[in-house]
Design a protein around this ligand. Structure first.
Ligand code: SF4
Length: 549
């Protein structure tokens, strides 16, 4: 019998593990049907130049019983997309337990224009449904909650989020919203984002995009100042990231009309159709909005990334390239030249402490890709990466979009039919003008293309698989979310939360890169982790195999 690849006495990270063997070992512990399913979602990136990007299983249901990283549809809608917008009262219609995701768990920050400007983000609004509301219906309670929120805060916008029990009993939140909108004379709308919809929080992102697009975007046609006007999509101002990006854009002379949705307001969303370019950070959560805005209002979109100093510089150049203006190009180059010395100094100071170390990233729908930039600037290798809620195009690139099979779970999420607005559509550039500069629009190559050969790409990783990777490879740092944090740390591996940044950040832009270099150097060189022994290092474990059928 072959010896297992996982070495229970390993305390140092290792580059030379046979990943195919680790994969087989992980899969061998699953029942046959589960193993078959997981095998499609666990890939070892093949080596060799010109190797095709392999197909990965993604955006499929998690097998019941497997401990997943994923959140629910409502968490994606309320927690991710609407969480960082300060001038809307977001009422969670459901039991108080669902309210956890309304509680700023991602550390989204915001900066109101003045002390008098509305900011409801520190509050958590819930209808706190009880048994009697489940039996007799909760619409009356929702109406009361909207009235109460209005009487206390006088907001201009209220939105309502359906949770699982509300969907099951059939409360019509949309008719309540319509009625209260008429009564109170403010914008009120609902999201049918019941937790059970779709297979992960990704469904909630889509529903949030649809709702904001239908009820808010396009309401204010005022053309605000600025020559180079963009919207930043898929940036959520965790730990102050948006403040750093805003600083850089401002120094470059680029006007930010709106951000979806870090440091944002409903007023900005309402005016966002007046911008000339959409730049997309998170490809998974917000590209729906970019596509719908292009169809209805005529502005194109490009994929950018402000995580990593080199990626930030490249993204600024891409924006300048779109506007084809020499003064903007010169200003962008000036800003890059001014910012890079401090970045290089920090990189040189911290790189010797990190060079050759291994990272693993399992988070989100773009972060596991974007953060590889920062690790590579430190000379670290990303040994394994994957997303919680991505679709195949986030891994393999948008060229596979037409070949993705739409299953019943995806069909359950409404695709809005969008047409050119007869009055507000303005074609910013013809297709010929767009391609004349050599820039590629509406494109994203996905995570797999950027992974090194002989590394793991794993979709919807489970807790068991996380432990097996740590056991086999012992990375120097593991990036994931709060549910994984303590399991990883108890295995003697430093863990960085990339949903909330723990207590750190910002990590975006130039100053964010410097913060990240320092923090990762500190974490990966701390001796404290060598004193923590993983359970399998301390005690022998019982193992078993399935009997032959
Ligand atoms: S899965 Fe359902 S019950 Fe659980 S938090 Fe999400 S909406 Fe609430």
């Amino acid at each position: 019998m072959e010896a297992p690849v996982t070495d229970t006495n390993r305390t140092e990270s290792t580059h030379d593990v046979d990943l195919d063997k680790v994969r087989s070992e992980i899969l061998s512990k699953y029942p046959t049907k589960v193993a078959r399913k997981r095998a499609k979602q666990i890939l070892v990136k093949p080596g060799g130049a010109g190797t095709d990007i392999p197909e990965i299983g993604a955006n499929v249901r998690t097998v019941p019983g497997i401990l997943t990283q994923r959140g629910c549809c409502y968490a994606g809608c309320k927690g991710v997309i609407l969480g960082p917008t300060r001038d809307v009262i977001n009422i969670v219609h459901g039991p108080i337990g669902c309210g956890f995701y309304a509680w700023l768990t991602r550390r989204n920050q915001t900066r109101p224009a003045s002390d008098d400007s509305p900011n409801y983000m520190p509050y958590c609004f819930s209808t706190d449904m009880q048994d009697e509301n489940i039996v007799f219906g909760g619409e009356k309670k929702l109406k009361q909650a909207i009235q109460e929120a209005y009487d206390i805060f006088h907001p201009q916008t209220i939105s309502v989020f359906s949770t699982c029990p509300v969907g099951l009993i059939g409360d019509d939140i949309h008719s309540v919203c319509r009625e209260m909108k008429e009564t109170l004379g403010i914008n009120i709308f609902g999201f049918s984002c019941e937790g059970y919809k779709g297979v992960s929080q990704s469904a909630g992102h889509h529903i949030a995009n649809n709702g904001i697009f239908q009820h808010v975007v396009g309401l204010d046609d005022t053309i605000r100042g600025g020559e180079f006007r963009i919207n930043l999509l898929g940036e959520y101002n965790i730990g102050g990231d948006a403040f750093e990006i805003e600083r850089i854009l401002d120094e470059c002379g680029i006007s930010l009309i709106s951000t979806f949705s870090g440091n944002s307001t409903m007023e900005q969303f309402a005016n966002s159709h007046t911008a000339d370019l959409n730049v997309v950070m998170c490809h998974r959560s917000i590209t729906y909005m970019a596509e719908m805005m292009e169809k209805k209002y005529g502005m194109p979109w490009i994929k950018i990334n402000f995580i990593g100093a080199r990626a930030t510089a490249q993204s600024l150049r891409k924006i300048a390239q779109y506007f084809e203006d020499d003064s903007l190009t010169a200003r962008v180059e000036e800003v890059i030249a001014r910012e890079m010395p401090a970045v290089n100094e920090a990189m040189e100071a911290n790189r010797p402490l990190c060079e050759g170390k291994l990272a693993m990233l399992f988070v989100g729908g773009s972060r596991a890709h974007h953060y590889q930039e920062l690790f590579s600037e430190l000379g670290m290798k990303t040994m394994a990466a994957g997303y919680e809620f991505a679709h195949r195009d986030d891994y393999e690139g948008r060229q596979v979009l037409s070949s993705i099979k739409v299953d019943a779970d995806s069909r359950n999420i409404e695709e809005l039919s969008v047409e050119q607005d007869p009055d507000k559509y303005r074609l910013r550039k013809t297709e010929e003008e767009l391609t004349s500069t050599g820039q590629i629009y509406r494109e994203y190559d996905g995570l797999i293309a950027d992974m090194k050969p002989n590394t793991f790409v794993i979709d919807d990783i489970s807790q068991y698989e996380t432990e097996k990777l740590i056991e086999a490879i012992k990375p120097d740092v593991f990036c994931a979310g709060i549910k994984e944090k303590y399991i990883i740390q108890k295995s003697g591996v430093p863990m960085k939360q990339l949903h909330s940044y723990d207590y750190g950040g910002p990590y975006a832009g130039f100053k964010g890169a410097i913060n990240f270099y320092r923090e990762i150097a500190r974490m990966t060189n701390s001796k404290v982790w060598s004193y923590v022994k993983a359970p399998w290092e301390k005690e022998p474990e019982l193992t078993a195999t399935y009997a032959a059928a």
